[in-house]
Design a protein around this ligand. Sequence first.
Ligand SMILES: *Cc1c(COP(=O)(O)O)cnc(C)c1O
Length: 394
Amino acid sequence: MNNGLPLKKRFSLNTSHTRLMETIQMVDLKNQYLKIKSEIDAEISKVLHSSAFINGPAVKEFQTALEEYLSVKHVIPCANGTDALQVSLMALDLQPGDEVITTPFTFFATAEVLALLKLTPVFVDVEENSFNINANKIEEAITNKTKAILPVHLFGQCADMEKITSLAAKYNLFVIEDACQAIGADFIFSNGKRKKAGTIGDAGCVSFFPSKNLGCYGDGGAIFTDNDELAQRLRCIVNHGMFTRYYHDMIGVNSRLDTIQAAILKVKLPYLNDYNQARQQVAKYYNQAFASHKNIITPYQTDNSTHIFHQYTLRLLGKNRENIIKKMAEKGIPVMIYYPVPLHLQKAFSYLGIKTGELPISERLCNEVLSLPIHTEMSEKQLAYITHTFLSLL
Ligand SMILES: *Cc1c(COP(=O)(O)O)cnc(C)c1O
């Protein structure tokens, strides 16, 4: 827990090798909150006094503000990022047995929703450098059952949406972007044009889980689309398939963004660019500290996307990763593995019958990657301590 002491008091002054007085966190939500406390508290209080807890005015206000920020026609708020993905697939009317091409190197939810809807996930291996789906390997995975491509913009950097959307056009496939880790990132087309992550495919999905780059104080999510008809279906499905109260046109779900969460997000959205920049500064510090170290491959930066560093994930070569993580923990530094097992080797997907060795790059990355603390409140002293400690263990 953070006790809110001024930063300089939280570190031993001269040496960055001694233990900090406080534990470093992967994400520091408390200090971020304290900086905007008066605004947040006022907006929450407004909701409490209005008692409009479901679909109160803040939901529409946040929706409109986000549409403007993203330059997208429709934002459909919903309960979480997983629902955003599920509802998108439902709205596109995919049928059991339809195949959806996606990446095995992602959070489980990406493919979980496919299985839930009895769709077949078809995993295409990732690029070794960007960690994102290898767009050059998608075409060979397309069959006459393929209906959609579901790329993930992993760790805050966009997959190759130019190649993906052109393949989708060629084979008449839908594209649903899992932009849960990339809100605010720009995809840069070869003609220089930029579009926000999640606004390029037929639908884009985000999560406002507290630790995401734009996080609320509970669960939240949203779907983006420029397609009026699809937006209509999405709005209907998140609301029990209903437009007119108690008249249900289709089977839907109950997936709403709480008014309180929308009020919090409305306050935080204007800070999103600053938050993303703060993360980029942290990444820059790490990159410089680790540059040209023979055991470390720092995160790759593609030309066609900005990187908003939802995670700072490096590859550690020729070292005992588990041992280093344990030693870092002893020094008060949390280190995480995103992700330890690729989806095709998860027990829950064993029914697909995909064997070890079939998606070798994802499998290798799962054994090499390691994510260091990154958030909007990190100080240079924390960074010095983390980098010195990490390097001393290699
Ligand atoms: C966080 C996340 C999700 C799920 O979002 P929730 O809001 O937790 O349901 C899905 N996909 C990816 C890539 C994520 O990072």
